[in-house]
Design a protein around this ligand. Sequence first.
Ligand code: ATP
Ligand code: MG
Length: 267
Amino acid sequence: MNITVTDLTFTYPSGVTALEGVTLTIGSGEAVAIVGENGAGKTTLVKHFNGLLKPTGGTVSVGEWDTRNYTVAKLASRVGYVFQNPDDQLFERTVMKEACFGPKNLGRTADEAEAAGREALDAVGLLGEADKHPYDLHLSQRKLLALAAVLAMRTPVVVLDEPTTGQDGRGIAAIAAIAARLKGERRTVVTITHDIDFAAENFDRVIVMAKGRVIADGRTREVLAQTDVLRAAEVEPPQVARLALAVGMSATPLTPEEFVEELVARE
Ligand SMILES: Nc1ncnc2c1ncn2[C@@H]1O[C@H](COP(=O)(O)OP(=O)(O)OP(=O)(O)O)[C@@H](O)[C@H]1O
Ligand SMILES: [Mg+2]
C-alpha cells in the first residue's frame, strides 16, 4: 500500500513549523529509513501517516485514503505506528492484553486476537513475559512490547519510531528480522532511526531530513555516500564506511560483510 505525501506543511498550535513542503512516495514492500538531526521533523512526518496529525498544508494519502477524511481509528487498520516512547502507547494491565488489544479493536474474534498477539510476542522474544504487568518490564522490553502490539494488528504499513534505542545486540537483531519479514510479505516498513549502522544494514532506501525538509532520498548506498548531505543533517556515515575511508578503500561498504569482501579483494 502506497503512502503519498504531497507538499506537506505542518505548524504546531504553538507556532513551530515542523514540516515545510515535504513530497515523497513510499511503495508497497519498501523498507525505508528516515534519518536526520534532533528536531528535523521525522516524528512529525510519520504521525501524518496514521492521522495523529493532519496537514496544515498539502496532503497525505494512505492507499487511496486522504488522511484528512479518516479518523486515527480508521487509519489504524492500514498503518501501525510504534511510538518513540512506549509509555505513550502502553496502557493495559498485562503484556498479553497489550498485544491483543489492537487486533480486538480492529474487530477480530478473541481467538484470532490471541493468536495474533502470541505470534507477535514470540517475534520480539516476550512470550515468556505474557502475564507480567507492562511496567514491570525494562524500558527496552517495553519498546519491544509496543512493537509487538503493532505487529499483532497485521497492518499493510508499519512505522517504527527509533526502535533500536536502548536495545542490546539481541534486541536489534530481533527488530532487523521483523523488518526483513515484513518486507518479504510485501508490507511497507518505515523506520526513523539515529542508528545509521542499523539503517545501512537493513533498509534499501534512506530519506534524510533537516529543518523540516527532505534533503536527500534514494538508495541507501547512494545516499550514505553523500558526505556533504550527511554533514548538513548531522548524521555520521556508517562505522564500516568510516573505517573504509580511514584505510584508503575506494568503495563505500555498508555492512561488516561488505567491508571484509573489499578487504579480501584488495589482498
Ligand atoms: N507537540 C509539539 N508541540 C510543539 N512543537 C513540537 C511538538 N512536537 C515537536 N515539536 C517541534 O517540531 C519540530 C520537529 O520535531 P520532531 O519531534 O518531529 O523532530 P524529530 O526529527 O522527530 O526529532 P528527534 O530526533 O529528537 O525525535 C521541533 O522543533 C520540535 O521542537
Ligand atoms: Mg522524533
